[in-house]
Design a protein around this ligand. Structure first.
Ligand code: BGC
Length: 392
């Protein structure tokens, strides 16, 4: 944790140094400020110093309706604002059309760098191609944009490790015996990450499914593929097609209800649930908690959203994966600074987006359970202890 704080500090200092020093390609730097004001329900202006014609870094995030992305917004506003960078954060509210309009708005404000977390990885290609044509460098943030060569860099967590950690947690906390019921849920098929998370989870769960330790409870497609250690993207797509939550709490809830209604007695009792993220985990957990034939459930998540941290403290969600948005935001800002300064940003990996290999910077993840929640999330300064009840 200390290391991460240090790297955040370094990134911030670097940004301040460049802005107050000579770098920045002669741009007119207005104060980023910190006073966020809502322009409308889809748009948050994180402070461009009132000079709407001069925004250096534009940030587009998928939705305000999931706490995950508000965490990222907060980090961007802190880092860019403190550094005096002109910037604006816009939300796409689940719509690729709004996302494209947001990108166009930012291009018209003169951005040099676009940091974008796509609503739909394939659909976003048109928006980033427009940005590229306007001379803007594009950093894909958290979610890869696919099928285009107009993505310059990708800043991401290790998403395969996220899925593998979720799967491994289920294995490590499974009841003993064989044919332990396993319910599978996945993210949105429009999000490349949903495939990577599932691939990671499958890499550890599949041997346990194939040898009869676990029994898939809710996906005939996964059942049909249970002997394949590695799945193609298309095969993962067929499973996701069946068990997707669309990253939507309501979809997750109604799917879980339908699965439990249809489930026979042999897939009730003590069960395991692969839930792809915290929001869907809470919805699914609420459904499993009220089924009288479910005696115990172990359920995964990711994002360390505050509500899920409280669920973990209360024993209603079993684990989450901490993806430190401070690091991700700092990494992408550091990249933006390098770009503005005419330098080649450092990368440590690459991701193929079906068109090109996109140079990437990857960040590690941390598994959080009741046992280490304080150390991982409070002692690291991510949350305040006072934001939770029952924390020991
Ligand atoms: C992100 C997750 C998030 C999910 C839903 C994914 O692309 O990596 O952190 O929970 O989208 O918004």
């Amino acid at each position: 944790m200390k290391k991460k704080l240090l790297s955040l500090l370094l990134a911030t200092i670097m940004v301040v140094g460049l802005v107050t020093g000579c770098g920045n390609g002669g741009e007119d730097v207005a104060s980023g400020g910190s006073g966020a004001s809502n322009i409308d329900s889809n748009v948050t202006d994180s402070g461009d110093g009132g000079n709407s014609g001069d925004v250096q870094v534009g940030i587009v995030l998928p939705t305000k309706d999931e706490p995950r992305w508000l965490q990222d917004q907060k980090q961007f506003e802190t880092i860019l604002g403190d550094a005096g960078f002109t910037n604006q954060v816009l939300f796409s509210q689940g719509s690729s059309a709004t996302e494209k309009t947001n990108v166009e708005t930012l291009i018209s404000k003169g951005i040099k760098v676009l940091i974008i977390c796509a609503q739909d990885g394939a659909a976003a290609s048109a928006a980033v191609e427009e940005a590229r044509d306007a001379g803007v460098k594009v950093i894909a943030y958290d979610r890869l944009i696919t099928g285009t060569d107009a993505v310059d860099y990708y800043v991401t967590f290790d998403s395969f490790a996220v899925g593998a950690a979720q799967g491994q947690y289920l294995i490590d906390n499974a009841p003993s015996g064989s044919n332990v019921p396993l319910y599978l849920y996945a993210g949105a098929a429009t999000d490349n990450n949903a495939f990577i998370f599932f691939e990671g989870a499958w890499s550890v769960l599949q041997p346990k499914i194939a040898d009869g330790t676990f029994k898939i409870a809710n996906s005939s497609e996964a059942e049909a593929l249970k002997d394949k250690a590695e799945l193609s993207r298309e095969e993962i797509g067929t499973i996701i097609g069946q068990v997707t939550t669309d990253w939507d709490f309501n979809v997750a809830k109604s799917k879980a209800e339908a699965h439990l209604t249809a489930a026979s007695a042999d897939v009730k009792g003590d069960v395991l649930v692969l839930a792809p993220n915290d929001g869907t985990s809470r919805s699914i957990a609420d459904v499993f908690a009220t089924d009288k034939d479910i005696t115990k459930y172990v359920i995964t998540g990711q994002d360390s959203e505050m509500a899920s941290v409280q669920y973990i403290i209360d024993g209603k969600q079993s684990m989450t994966v901490f993806k430190d948005t401070r690091t991700l935001a700092a990494d992408s800002v550091a990249m933006a600074v390098d770009i503005l300064d005419g330098k080649e940003p450092a990368t440590d990996s690459s991701y193929n987006n079906e068109k090109i290999d996109v140079p990437a910077k990857q960040t590690a993840i941390v598994v959080v359970t009741k046992d280490n929640v304080k150390e991982a999330l409070i002692d690291s300064g991510y949350y305040e202890a006072s934001e939770f009840t029952g924390l020991e």
